[in-house]
Design a binder for this molecule. Structure first.
Ligand SMILES: [Zn+2]
Length: 166
């Protein structure tokens, strides 16, 4: 039986409660978490960087509305919810995402493990519901990730990310 996936219609903003990033001090997997509103477009929200490996904690109040800087998506096109296709990083401390890997001549990245699992279940499915919500993760995945010929390579790359050290 073919696997079917139903659209979850989650947006990258909803998944932005946590970013797994590379710690600039010890290169371990660290986190950037939201202490209040998840939207990167709101001023004065608070974010925290935490590395449990080396003990560094940093807080940041996002002073300006991050619109234009913190726009998030997968492809470098001008869009409502835009992008960080090159050098994917968190939207606040601008640290490189821990979950990124070269794949099919591109970079596959995820903000956190929930996001990675979300992409996996979408790519794994052979039958997909049409018309996902236009700001959802599934509606914004780049074409190369959805091509049948890249499917196995994308799934292999996701598996590699899953077995990294956390
Ligand atoms: Zn560290």
């Amino acid at each position: 039986m073919k696997k079917t996936v139903l659209n979850k219609n989650k947006t990258l903003i909803e998944l932005g409660y946590e970013f797994l990033v590379v710690c600039p001090h010890c290169a371990s997997c660290a986190k950037v978490i939201a202490l209040d509103n998840l939207s990167p477009y709101i001023a004065h929200v608070r974010r925290r960087f935490i590395c449990t490996a080396c003990g560094v904690i940093k807080n940041k109040v996002i002073k300006a509305n991050g619109y234009g800087q913190a726009r998030v998506s997968y492809e470098p096109k001008v869009n409502y919810e835009v992008i960080l296709a090159k050098n994917p990083c968190d939207w606040y401390f601008r640290l490189p995402l821990y979950l990124q890997i070269a794949c099919s001549g591109n970079t596959l990245w995820a903000l956190n493990l929930e996001h990675l699992n979300y992409i996996e279940s979408y790519i794994e499915a052979e039958l997909r519901e049409s018309h996902p919500y236009y700001l959802s993760v599934e509606s914004r995945l780049p074409k190369w990730m959805k091509l049948a010929k890249n499917r196995n390579e994308v799934l292999r790359a996701i598996q590699k990310l899953k077995v990294k050290n956390y």
